[in-house]
Design a protein around this ligand. Structure first.
Ligand SMILES: [Zn+2]
Length: 200
């Protein structure tokens, strides 16, 4: 088994072969992990939250669900959930534009983390895709997404286990979001913390 620690607010990338499993953990809890995946042989085909929930009808992914690519190919199976279903398929990853809109320049972002981490593997990201947001608290009812609660609820040690259905290259961002006020309490009040990646 290989372990990779994603430092708080940063990103790391890794490959998974068909049938290989990965476990993602928020050791301290309350930390969103933005998860991206691409076909190993075609970086223009990526994991799509929108295509994923169409057949499952589930806006929060569940064990047994299969994450699909934008070309509707099965990419990843959700095999174990140690986070009580606290995951999101709707929120776009944070990027420098969003922080600039909040009046903050030069802030780390999940899209920046994705590009940086993929560059370390020698991969270019043609167009930054959306992410599956593990350990992210959102509440959807009657067609509306309610403001996140005062503090996100993923517990310390919350984890997920995923199994690749094809050869893929993945990235995990410890979401650097640390602003207060706009009604999005994405991470712990004291700021972002690390994410643990364990490759089996
Ligand atoms: Zn983010």
């Amino acid at each position: 088994m290989e372990s990779i620690t994603v430092p708080a607010g940063h990103g790391r990338a890794f490959t998974l072969s068909e049938g290989q499993r990965v476990r993602l953990t928020t050791p301290k809890g309350q930390q969103s992990a933005d998860f991206f995946a691409f076909r190993d042989d075609d970086m223009t085909d990526w994991l799509s939250p929108l295509h994923t929930w169409m057949p499952t009808r589930a806006l929060h992914p569940r064990v047994g669900d299969t994450f699909l690519s934008r070309l509707r190919e099965p990419m990843i199976d959700f095999v174990e959930d140690g986070a009580d279903g606290i995951h999101d398929l709707l929120i776009a990853p944070c990027d420098p534009i969003r922080y600039a809109q909040f009046g903050v320049e030069d802030h780390r972002s999940c899209i920046g983390n994705l590009v940086e981490a993929m560059q370390e593997l020698g991969r270019d990201v043609p167009i930054p895709p959306p992410a599956v947001n593990f350990f992210t608290t959102t509440t959807v009812a009657d067609g509306f997404m309610f403001e996140t609660p005062a503090a996100p609820v993923a517990k310390p040690g919350a984890y997920v286990v995923l199994e690749a259905r094809m050869n893929i290259v993945c990235a995990v961002s410890s979401c650097p979001y640390d602003l207060t006020g706009p009604g999005w309490n994405i991470n712990a009040p004291d700021g972002p913390t690390e994410i643990l990646i364990e490759l089996h």
